[in-house]
Ligand binder design. Structure first.
Ligand SMILES: Cc1cc2nc3c(=O)[nH]c(=O)nc-3n(C[C@H](O)[C@H](O)[C@H](O)COP(=O)(O)OP(=O)(O)OC[C@H]3O[C@@H](n4cnc5c(N)ncnc54)[C@H](O)[C@@H]3O)c2cc1C
Length: 197
């Protein structure tokens, strides 16, 4: 298998936009006898699979970093909100149920960030066997971001669900990364396979 890069207006290449839960510049592509030449080759002849896998090794930690960013924003908003919102005679942060949830969010977020750094550092160091680390970073960071954003919505109550609220935006945005660049199930398969290599 070989990989090629062609301009979007190359004959035979077409596509249409997909309207998703949150806006993404993605679509379906169709290839109908698209002509390619050696000048379009990406990597070496028959080296396409390696190009794809190496790209995923880089993109999976970067999706993890995106997830860490979303979770950080949600945690930051929750810490501020729980300090200022007064209910039942005191700020929410003094309710143990809320405080423990904030602690759980912060702990999982820190662990996710470290996994992303570990995968990114391994990539920068030129490590060859990266798939497991990249999959762990992507899996844990995206699942953590889902938990943290959902918890942040719970802490904020109904206001978080109003259109235009930061968390309403994050709640829609956080769902897709558990699916693209390989679903969470596929990341677990990669991690398990890596244990036996
Ligand atoms: C916002 C967004 C952007 C995207 N961008 C791109 C892009 O730029 N390029 C691109 O090529 N694709 C892109 N995708 C597509 C994405 O990579 C696929 O949606 C993803 O790989 C899952 O494939 P699928 O949707 O066909 O689900 P399916 O493969 O049909 O899977 C459905 C469910 O079955 C599970 N499943 C499938 N096989 C197994 C298995 N062997 N073991 C366990 N569980 C399994 C999956 O985990 C999932 O839960 C994008 C998707 C989204 C949502």
């Amino acid at each position: 298998m070989s990989a090629f890069v062609v301009p979007a207006d190359r004959a035979g290449l077409a596509g249409s936009h997909l309207d998703m839960l949150s806006p993404h510049p993605i679509g379906t592509l169709t290839f109908d006898g698209v002509p390619v030449s050696r000048g379009d080759l990406l990597g070496s002849v028959d080296g396409g699979f390696r190009v794809a896998m190496r790209t995923l090794d880089l993109f999976r930690p970067s999706v993890g970093a995106f997830a860490v960013g979303m979770a950080s924003a949600a945690l930051e908003a929750s810490v501020a909100f729980a300090a200022e919102r007064v209910a039942f005679g005191g700020p929410l942060k003094d309710q143990q149920a809320v405080a423990h949830l904030l602690a759980e969010m912060a702990t999982r977020l820190s662990a996710a960030r470290l996994l992303v750094y570990a995968a990114a550092a391994a990539y920068d160091a030129g490590e060859e066997r990266l798939a497991g680390k990249a999959a762990m970073a992507k899996l844990f960071a995206t699942e953590t971001a889902q938990f943290v954003v959902d918890s942040a919505v719970q802490i904020h109550g109904a206001r978080a669900l109003q259109h235009g609220h930061l968390l309403e935006h994050l709640y829609r945005e956080v769902r897709a990364p558990r699916i693209y660049e390989g679903t969470s199930e596929i990341q677990r398969t990669i991690i398990a396979r890596d244990l036996y290599r």
